[in-house]
Ligand binder design. Structure first.
Ligand code: FE
Length: 216
């Protein structure tokens, strides 16, 4: 939502443009679009990943809407802030914030997921279960720059490590998952063992997407 006011500067007689952008509207629009997508796509995961990836790309190419409290790094570990959860828990949107040097363990998701880098740079290492030994082995790695989108799921590849690729500043990405991801029972792989894992969230309040009083 953009509110634009024109007024004449009496000293110079020039027109001055004052633009007040309601930045959080970008997230509200994304949530509305994702809600429509999961409603119409049902269980068509390829469609959700394709169309949702395009929507997420559009969202993360604008780094002007994420409230500061949901992009704050923690000196101890990476943070996962809940931004929105669908009322039927068909999808959730989170911001991931990595300080310099921070990384996830080797983990899976068990549901579809989209990762869109918005700030900084992230490195993703991909893993697959070795059928002979039953443990994850690294199969590749790649860097993700702002605007870049990664996809995960049990059908397209679900195990990875993500870290901040920058040594001097935080990196921030926006993730969308096909569930209330903070409450999903999933797995961490460490030292040849599989550990159950439920991530939770770093925050107890979510952004207010719905104050549209300025436009009303
Ligand atoms: Fe992940």
């Amino acid at each position: 939502m953009v509110a634009v006011n024109f007024f004449a500067d009496s000293q110079t007689t020039h027109l001055v443009l004052v633009s007040t952008v309601n930045h959080i509207a970008r997230l509200r629009t994304f949530v509305q679009q994702m809600t429509g997508l999961v409603q119409s796509a049902g269980s068509d995961e390829p469609l959700i990943l394709r169309e949702g990836g395009a929507l997420l790309h559009e969202l993360v190419t604008h780094d002007d809407w994420l409230p500061e409290q949901f992009s704050a790094p923690d000196p101890q570990r990476y943070r996962q802030y809940l931004l929105h959860c669908d009322p039927y828990e068909r999808f959730s949107v989170v911001s991931f914030v990595w300080g310099p040097g921070q990384k996830t363990p080797v983990h899976d998701h068990t549901v579809w997921g989209l990762v869109g880098v918005m700030r900084g740079r992230e490195r993703c290492e991909e893993f697959a279960i070795d059928p002979a030994r039953g443990v994850p082995v690294k199969t590749g790695e790649h860097l993700i720059d702002p605007g870049g989108i990664d996809k995960v799921s049990p059908t397209v590849g679900d195990i990875h490590v993500v870290c901040n690729a920058l040594a001097d500043r935080a990196s921030v990405s926006i993730h969308v998952y096909g569930a209330n991801i903070g409450a999903v029972r999933r797995h961490i792989f460490a030292d040849g063992a599989v550990q159950p894992f439920v991530s939770g969230y770093a925050n107890s309040v979510t952004p207010n997407l719905w104050d549209r009083s300025g436009a009303a």
